[in-house]
Design a protein around this ligand. Structure first.
Ligand SMILES: O=C(COP(=O)(O)O)[C@H](O)[C@H](O)COP(=O)(O)O
Length: 346
């Protein structure tokens, strides 16, 4: 990660890179890695005063925050760790930050297990679930149902352009679940065979909207039309506190190269295969790419997430129980209270 603040240890920069480049991906894994990175920052900091230590931790948090914009689990994780940083000496600040980060990671695992047990109650023996993308919260429900002795089958959507469906298929096959892998476009045809649509979330808004991998909203609309219930598995760190005050969730735009290779672009618009028109690096920023050589008239857009309105969602399953989407705001108020600031601010 370029331009990191002074004092930010290389391990934090490399975690930030891994998140940006999606070597670490999925909202829960991103939160876990971010907390782990703050722990490493605390351990390795060479700050010689409490103020310098706090500055470094805040700078590390900012470096991590700037990686991907949509999964609120990331700022929620950072905020949680920063709020636990306490003490008048570097030693106390260090140990409180480390303890808080470790507690976050432990709670995250436990919440996922609990959520899985709750979600599993919705799945009956012999059911078929249709999945989209790869969600560890969604898979926790499947795992708990299997552990309860239920037999399940899965229809797994490939999930273009990054094909996270392959990760889901691999996990399900490790658990011996029969998997039918389908192209995203085939989903409506295969909904006739599904008993549930089961997806995760990157953020849940106060009105119960679900922000998840691009294609979730179309799947949910089709599922409603086919009468298949849509179940969203999402730990409470996916609840987006800022949406209580009317903020919207930023949808990450990723590089056009995830959709279109330079050669393919050249084949469409003519000319040499150069990166001349390819705007955007993996973060959606165009800072590293040259300005378009010519205006080819071809624009490629690659949003990574979309918004599913609450009316297409049957249940949001959290570690605190399952909720109709319209009532999720009550849980948000209970957990977050008043609206919050940037995660590195007190
Ligand atoms: O949309 C994605 C991942 O998108 P990407 O691959 O772009 O990160 C997942 O459904 C959620 O993050 C939930 O995952 P989890 O339940 O594991 O938190």
């Amino acid at each position: 990660m370029e331009g990191a603040e002074p004092g930010v240890v290389p391990a934090v920069e490399s975690t930030a890179d891994d998140i940006t480049e999606m070597r670490i991906r999925g909202a829960a894994a991103i939160a876990d890695a971010a907390a782990g990175a703050l722990e490493t920052q605390a351990e390795r900091s060479t700050a010689d005063s409490p103020a310098a230590f706090e500055r470094e931790i805040h700078a590390a948090a900012e470096t991590l925050y700037e990686t991907r914009p949509t999964a609120v689990s990331l700022p929620n994780a950072l905020r949680y760790v920063l709020r636990g940083m306490d003490g008048d000496t570097v030693a106390d600040l260090r140990s409180s930050t480390i303890a808080r980060a470790q507690r976050f990671q432990r709670d995250l695992d436990q919440a996922q297990d609990r959520l899985g047990e709750i979600g599993a109650n919705r799945l009956r023996d012999g059911d078929t679930v249709m999945t989209h993308c790869h969600s560890t919260d969604a898979l926790a429900c499947v795992e708990a149902a299997l552990e309860a002795g239920k037999e399940l089958a899965a229809i797994v959507k490939e999930t273009r352009p990054r094909k996270q469906g392959h990760i889901t298929a691999r996990q399900l096959r490790e658990w011996d679940v029969p998997v039918t892998l389908i192209a995203d476009n085939a989903a409506r045809r295969y909904l006739d065979r599904a008993d549930h649509v089961l997806v995760g979330a990157d953020s849940i808004a106060a009105d119960g909207s679900v922000i998840n991998k691009i294609g979730t909203s179309g799947l949910a609309v089709n599922a409603r039309e086919r009468g298949v219930p849509v179940m969203v598995a999402a730990q409470t760190i996916k609840l987006h506190p800022d949406t209580m005050t009317g903020h919207t969730v930023e949808i990450e735009m990723r590089s056009e190269r995830e959709l279109l290779a330079d050669e393919e672009r050249a084949a469409i618009v003519g000319g040499e295969a150069t990166d001349g028109d390819a705007k955007g690096d993996a973060t959606g920023s165009d800072a590293d790419d040259p300005a378009p050589a010519t205006d080819s008239g071809l624009t490629v857009e690659n949003p990574a997430f979309d918004v599913t309105p609450p009316r297409y969602v049957d249940a949001i399953v959290t570690e605190r129980g399952q909720f109709p989407p319209e009532s999720i705001v009550t849980l948000m108020r209970e957990l977050f209270g008043e609206p919050t600031d940037d995660p590195w601010e007190d």
